[in-house]
Design a protein around this ligand. Structure first.
Ligand code: DON
Length: 303
């Protein structure tokens, strides 16, 4: 397996397509050549190749995990009253509200993730408590204590006009109750939690294991919530590339603008990849290629 993963990484190393995200200034500082792939099996073994110890901010890969935590905190019915389940067919930073209900279409786009973040814990919780909840939950998924990268958080907050606009719109429609600024602040800290590709593969493997962290043996997510989260990832995790992703790769997945990418194949493996250059949908160019190869070689396609 390690030799095979090395081959998978080397096969894409020379591909310099795409561009590092720069709408968050701190992300533009990332080395574009960082390349990592890690696979964690359901019995808790992680195989990896490349820069698996390089830390980066989790960004949108926080969204499925925060969604799972919100369902555990508030119940699925309450969460569904606020956020929908349908692919938006639009970019991750579009408002994409349903007509009539005004719910953000799904929890994987920014609007849905901002609305989901403020469901963590309960109505009376403040942002510090919600961020602590996310940190504790993500740390249990990764099996080690994680932390917020202050520089990434501050950099994104200074340029988060679009997310502030989204949060204000959500508030006019009654989708969020707390002050728009505070919710974006907490959501941005959630996105600034740092992980490695190896952490991501273990976190994804926990979803693949029906919610049991395969290294520590702890049940972090209940089985129904893990299944529901994977289903939402399959439909919306790759944004407006969700349809082509599901046909070519066929693994429930989630990408982030720092270049991370996770996939979870139920009952089999969790996969974490990292390569900062992104395609036009905001998905890692070399990450997508490595997933295509794994899916093809290992018969990982769900269908
Ligand atoms: O809200 C944002 O724009 C970032 N914190 C996260 C966006 C992201 O990772 C989109 N993924 N491709």
């Amino acid at each position: 397996m390690p030799d095979y993963l090395l081959e998978v990484a080397e096969a894409v190393r020379e591909d310099d397509g795409g561009a590092v995200a720069d709408y968050i200034p701190q992300l533009a500082e990332a080395s574009p050549d960082t390349l990592a792939i890690a696979v964690t099996t359901v019995n808790g073994r992680t195989h990896a190749a490349g820069d698996v110890d390089v830390e980066f901010s989790i960004q949108s890969i926080s969204k499925p995990f925060a969604y799972a935590a919100a369902i555990m905190d508030r119940g699925l019915e309450r969460v569904l009253r606020t956020v929908g389940l349908e692919p938006s067919g639009e970019a991750f930073n579009e408002l994409s509200l349903e007509t009539g209900t005004h719910r953000p279409k799904n929890p994987m786009i920014n609007a849905g993730a901002i609305a989901t973040h403020q469901l963590l814990l309960g109505e009376d919780a403040d942002e510090d408590a919600r961020v602590e909840r996310a940190l504790d939950f993500f740390s249990r998924l990764a099996g080690r204590p994680l932390a917020v990268d202050r520089a990434v958080y501050e950099s994104e907050m200074a340029t988060a006009d679009r997310n502030f606009a989204i949060a204000h719109m959500l508030r006019t429609h009654g989708v969020i109750a707390a002050a728009a600024h505070d919710v974006v602040d907490g959501y941005t800290r959630q996105c600034s939690i740092t992980v490695t590709a190896a952490d991501l593969s273990v976190m994804a493997a926990t979803l693949a294991c029906g919610g049991v962290q395969p290294v520590t043996g702890e049940r972090v997510v209940d089985a129904a919530t893990a299944r529901h989260t994977l289903a939402v990832m399959a439909g919306s995790g790759m944004y407006d590339a969700a349809g082509s992703w599901l046909t070519t790769v066929g693994i429930p997945a989630k990408s982030g603008v720092s270049g991370g990418l996770i996939g979870a194949l139920p009952g089999q493996v969790g996969i974490g990849a990292m390569s900062p250059r992104l395609d036009e949908h905001g998905n890692s160019v070399r990450g997508v290629k490595m997933f295509e190869r794994l899916s093809r070689d290992m018969g990982m396609h769900l269908m």
